[in-house]
Each structure stands twice: as structure tokens, then as C-alpha cells.
Design a protein around this ligand. Structure first.
Ligand code: CTP
Ligand SMILES: C[C@](O)(CO)[C@H](O)COP(=O)(O)O
Length: 234
């Protein structure tokens, strides 16, 4: 399956991988190795067969080690100070008709999800992977401060947003330009489309697409890597 089969136009996978990995505490997170492959290599490997090109935003000064083994389908650029700025640079680095944006920090990406997302973006121009929230939700203080139970939040209709997210490039570029001009900071790209009045289709995600964020996530990621590498999800 390739993106070209589902979409009339070219598709680029854009990977924001320029984060410092402060919470994980092992240097730039995308370069963290799980069972012999970095998070970035895992994300590139999952996306590459489905798109025309892959563009990766890396921390400033880290491009050389990747250019050492050139792959004509994969390019590297320097990221920005925030995820939003890294994605903005990535959008300017491609002329593809459609873009599929995926956090390097979510290394367990299967083909089913990519297929469903590309099908959805053909209809709406914007789509994201997300999962209905399953836990009871309550407001509390900031994490780790011995919070007390505040107000319950009804979970019906709430979704936890993951990546990948797919867009018609021109649509997302306009939403980014608007946010940039207005000084609006966002945690993801689908939210910028919604903020500009666009429709975003929600595509069923997967628990295995969790974002590796803190050291607590590593035991699960290591266990999953062994299973995943034996039989990659389809
Ligand atoms: N300036 C930045 C910040 C983040 N990212 C990318 O955005 C994704 C989600 O970010 P997050 O999980 O918060 O990663 P970090 O910013 O590295 O984490 P931390 O906040 O702990 O430093 C990651 O793939 C990260 O590399 C990026 O490309 N450019
Ligand atoms: C894009 C994202 O992964 C969707 O859940 C998330 O918003 C990234 O947030 P972060 O604070 O940059 O990790």
C-alpha cells in the first residue's frame, strides 16, 4: 500500500524529532535506542514505504551523523525551538500535496493506522489519530505535587490525540501562518486546523502509539519493542 494509491497527489511524511528529551533525561529523545534501533529509525521505517519522501527536523547540529548513510527518500533539516516551529520549518521544506506529521517519540506505528489516516484525509483535508478516553477524569493540581481531587470531568465524547496527523499541505500551512502571526502556541497541528474553522476527522488510534515522554514509559517501550520487532503490526 502506498499513499499514492489512496490520494491524488504526492505525500510527504514530516517527522518532528528536534526535541531535547528533557523529561526522559537521555539527550535528544529521537536518538534514544530501543532494541538496537533509535526511535527516529523506527518512525522513518514505518512511514517510508507509504510516502513519496520523508523529511525530518533534527536538533541543531545533529544532521551530519544521519547524512553519513544517505537515503534518497529521506532528508534532514534543523528544527525550531518548539514543536510548532519545527513543524512549520518542515512544511516549508516540502512541496508535497499532502503531509503526514508524526512524532519521532511515538515509535510503534502500524500500517493499518497510516492506511486509515490517508483514506480520511482524502475526504476532509485534515485527519488525526486519536483514542476515546477510557479512564475517569478529574481536575487536580500540577503533576507530582501531592494533588487533591478537584472536579470530575465527564469523559463522554473526549478523545486523547495521538500522531500521525494528515493534512492537505496548503491547508495546514495557512493555519500555521495564522497561528504564527497571532502568536498562538499549540501542542498539535490538528488543533490549528480546528482553530481556523476547518474540519478534522478522528481516526481510531492504538494504545501502542503512546508517546515516550518520561523514564516511566521505558519498561513498556522495551517490552513492546521485542514483540513488535518479532511481528510488526499490520
Ligand atoms: N523543538 C522541538 C520540540 C519537540 N519536537 C518533537 O516533537 C515531538 C513531541 O515532543 P515531546 O515528546 O515533548 O519531546 P521533547 O520536546 O523532546 O520532550 P521534552 O519536553 O521532555 O524535552 C518529539 O518527536 C520531539 O522530538 C521538535 O521537533 N522540536
Ligand atoms: C502532537 C501530540 O503528540 C499529540 O498528542 C502532542 O500534542 C505533543 O505534545 P508535546 O507536549 O509536544 O509532547
Amino acid at each position: 500500500m502506498s499513499g499514492a494509491c489512496l490520494l491524488a497527489g504526492t505525500v510527504a511524511a514530516l517527522i518532528p524529532a528536534a526535541g531535547a528529551g528533557t523529561r526522559l533525561g537521555h539527550g535528544p529523545k529521537a536518538l534514544y535506542t530501543l532494541a538496537g534501533r533509535t526511535l527516529l529509525e523506527r518512525s522513518i521505517g514505518a512511514l517510508r514505504p507509504h510516502v513519496d519522501e520523508v523529511v525530518v527536523a533534527l536538533p541543531e547540529g545533529r544532521g551530519d551523523e544521519f547524512q553519513a548513510a544517505p537515503d534518497p527518500q529521506v532528508r534532514f533539516i534543523a528544527g525550531g525551538e518548539t514543536r510548532q516551529l519545527s513543524v512549520r520549518r518542515l512544511l516549508h521544506a516540502t512541496t508535497a500535496d499532502y503531509v503526514l506529521i508524526h512524532d519521532a517519540a511515538r515509535p510503534f506505528l502500524g500500517a493499518r493506522i497510516i492506511h486509515d489516516l490517508l483514506e480520511a484525509v482524502a475526504e476532509t483535508g485534515a485527519a488525526t489519530v486519536a483514542r476515546p478516553v477510557a479512564d475517569t477524569l478529574v481536575r487536580g493540581g500540577a503533576a507530582g505535587t501531592g494533588s487533591l481531587w478537584g472536579e470530575l470531568v465527564a469523559r463522554e465524547g473526549l478523545w486523547a490525540v495521538q500522531t500521525p496527523q494528515a493534512f492537505r499541505r496548503e491547508l495546514l500551512l495557512a493555519a500555521h501562518d495564522r497561528a504564527h502571526a497571532e502568536g498562538h502556541a499549540a501542542t498539535d497541528d490538528a488543533g490549528l486546523i480546528a482553530r481556523s474553522g476547518g474540519q478534522v476527522r478522528l481516526v481510531r488510534g492504538d494504545a501502542r502509539l503512546f508517546k515516550i515522554t518520561t523514564p516511566d514509559d521505558l519498561p513498556l517501550a522495551q517490552a513492546l519493542a521485542a514483540v513488535w520487532d518479532a511481528e510488526p503490526d499490520a
